[in-house]
Ligand binder design. Structure first.
Ligand code: ZN
Length: 438
């Protein structure tokens, strides 16, 4: 088995033992939440749930869901299951409409978080002694601090670069010789762009692995990042309501789905419309239960992320089940004229064209009452240097036609000059601009 996490035995615990551990932890976390969190006392009472009846992982489906709105309604710390004085950290994430979600951690929660991040980094191929340039934003967002403590826990040296200031990122990559880069996939592409502009080639860097996440990204983007940075790009998953990054991560060996840290998180996949469980392998909304979190346990949290459970054993030898790479978020799904479209699917189509750069935006608008969708994508600098206006018109037509045939939807296509969309250095890429209301 690859990977060098010192206590790695947990990753290959036999399935029956792992399941027994999950059942034991589920029973105790449900009891813990009911006894200590006013929110869960009321919620379980409302549903007539006796926490003592929850004895095994099979019983989890009898419990009610927790949703994002619960965090909002009990803002800021109404879901706490420990006295406020036991918190050692608070992280905050902001929603689309400026609403804040506050998550608290005890000392033990912080240790758990560092452990799952260390195990994720090890899965990705990071080893003690590696140099990790962490370009996830530090601060209220969980990406920066989560992977920071994970890398230290693993025994790697961290460069806490945080997001932004890409020119300095490039200088640090070259001069300090980072072997592992952590950031969002869209930021990895911005770094690649600046490297090329500065005339630094991938051979001059020591980079070997990219641990990338916090937004859905297609296989086509992965290929692009790997070629341009000369790395193995690994997908990591997590969300602040559950703990932060480190909930699941691909193994460098198979890169076929993300291993869940099943000793700390219990996963289910449901049909988002009905709430019913879907069979293993079918896509639906990922639902997570924290099995060990003290300060703010969440029971059956509806993540809004679209994935599937992969039950088959992985070639790497680890026993923890995997989730499929995220197809997108329910909130990001565009429903137009009865057709469902995920931005990641549009992205995959665009990147089949060598002339198109991995920078794009989808604009939703209204024209005389009718909803419209337009895809704006930058062309590559190479293509911009040689293409004539008529080449561009032909390319625009080709893309329009293929989008129409794939999605059965007429999308406007507008090709932009390199850099025209601007670059978001500090945050996740903005893929959808919705001008349909207001
Ligand atoms: Zn594996």
């Amino acid at each position: 088995m690859s990977g060098g996490y010192p206590d790695g035995a947990i990753d290959s615990l036999p399935r029956n033992q792992l399941r027994a551990l999950q059942s034991e932890r589920l029973a105790s976390i449900v009891r813990w939440a009911y006894d200590r969190s006013e929110f869960y006392t009321r919620r379980f009472d409302d549903y007539g749930i006796n926490p003592n009846t929850i004895q095994s992982v099979d019983d989890v489906a009898t419990l009610p869901f927790t949703v994002k709105g619960d965090f909002r309604e009990h803002y800021p710390l109404g879901m706490l299951a420990v006295p406020r004085e036991q918190l050692v950290r608070v992280q905050v994430s902001s929603g689309t409409r400026g609403t804040l979600t506050v998550v608290g951690y005890t000392k033990r929660d912080i240790a758990t978080w560092a452990e799952v991040c260390a195990r994720s980094l090890a899965l990705a191929g990071t080893r003690p002694g590696d140099i990790v340039q962490n370009a996830f934003s530090y601060g209220l967002f969980t990406g920066g601090l989560g992977l920071h403590y994970g890398a230290e826990r693993l025994g790697a040296a961290v460069i806490p670069a945080s997001g932004g200031n890409t020119l300095r990122q490039v200088t640090l990559l070259r001069d300090l010789g980072a072997t592992v880069l952590c950031c969002t996939p869209s930021y990895a592409l911005i770094i690649a762009e600046v490297l090329e502009r500065e005339g630094v080639t991938a051979d001059e860097l020591a980079l070997r692995v990219g641990v990338l996440g916090a937004e859905p990204w297609s296989e086509e983007i992965r290929v692009e990042i790997e070629e341009r940075l000369g790395i193995h790009a690994i997908d990591i998953y997590g969300l602040s309501e559950v703990i932060g990054p480190g909930v699941a991560c691909e193994c460098a060996h198979a890169r076929d789905g993300l291993h869940l840290m099943e000793d700390h998180f219990l996963a289910e996949v449901i049909n988002p419309a009905t709430g019913e469980l879907v069979p293993d392998g079918d896509f639906g909304e990922l639902v997570l239960t924290t099995l060990s979190k003290e300060a703010m346990p969440v029971i059956r949290y509806r993540t809004g992320d679209i994935s599937a459970i992969i039950d088959a054993p992985c070639d790497c030898g680890r026993t923890h089940r995997r989730i499929a790479r995220l197809r997108g978020r329910l909130d990001d799904m565009i429903v137009l004229h009865g057709v469902n479209v995920y931005p990641s699917e549009v992205e995959a189509t665009l990147l089949e064209f060598d002339e198109v750069a991995p920078f794009y935006q989808i604009i939703l608008d209204r024209d005389s009452g009718r909803e419209t969708i337009q895809v704006q994508a930058e062309i590559t600098p190479q293509y911009a240097g040689s293409a004539t206006a008529s080449d561009m018109a032909i390319l625009t037509n080709q893309i329009t036609r293929i989008l129409k045939s794939r999605f059965d939807l007429t999308m406007g296509v507008r090709l932009l000059k390199p850099g025209e969309l601007g670059r978001m250095e500090n945050d996740k890429a903005v893929r959808i601009v919705d001008r349909r209301t207001g």
